[in-house]
Ligand binder design. Structure first.
Ligand code: XMP
Ligand code: MG
Length: 180
């Protein structure tokens, strides 16, 4: 697994520090409200689990699953809900927790879908942002790190379902995804 990594972008320690800072910011902004955190499966699982524990405020936890990528590293452009919320979110304070914004298609689709269900609040929190890759107009409310246009894996992020359990964020060697 580690042999496929070109370089480490963020260590376990750096991720932990940044997640803590993000949690403090969110807690400050949303103080006194009960938040429904919606994690986007599966890439956001590690970030989600660490962030909600750092939030230290009442949260309800739920998940959705959307697909925009197959096993390839290039977006197909199509977004589809694979697993939807089974609860009514009208009047609730919703915080979407996602791993990475790339073209912006996934979160643009997800936020417009959830907005139509009339939540009291809808905010988005992403650990990584690749602003250079944006093809649609979308700005997350909270961003952990802006990353360059390279394929990153680890801490929940995969390539072809591999590398999700790396403790750090690494840049994948281009020959790993170009050879497939
Ligand atoms: P869009 O283009 O809809 O994409 O903003 C968001 C989704 O694309 C995946 N993605 C990545 N996954 N390393 C990954 O493991 C990356 O560098 C990367 N860039 C985009 C990811 O699933 C995200 O939810
Ligand atoms: Mg994702």
């Amino acid at each position: 697994m580690h042999n496929d990594i070109l370089r480490v972008l963020y260590t376990e320690e750096q991720l932990k520090t940044r997640v803590k800072e993000m949690a403090e910011q969110i807690r400050h902004d949303l103080k006194g409200q009960v938040i429904l955190t919606v994690g986007v499966l599966r890439g956001a699982v590690m970030f989600y689990a660490d962030l909600v524990r750092e939030l230290d405020m009442p949260v309800h936890m739920n998940f959705m699953s959307v697909s925009s990528y197959g096993s390839s590293s290039v977006s197909s452009g199509a977004v589809r809900i694979q697993y939807d919320l089974e609860e009514d979110i009208s009047g609730k304070n919703v915080l979407i927790i996602e791993d990475i914004v790339d073209s912006g298609l996934t979160l643009k689709y997800l936020t417009s879908t959830l907005k139509s269900r009339n939540p009291a609040m809808l905010k988005t929190c992403c650990l990584f942002d690749k602003p250079e890759r944006r093809t649609v107009d979308f700005t997350p409310d909270y961003v952990g790190f802006e990353v360059p246009d390279v394929f990153i894996v680890g801490y929940g992020l995969d390539y072809a379902e591999k590398y999700r359990n790396l403790k750090y964020i690494g840049e994948l060697k281009p020959d790993v995804y170009k050879s497939q």
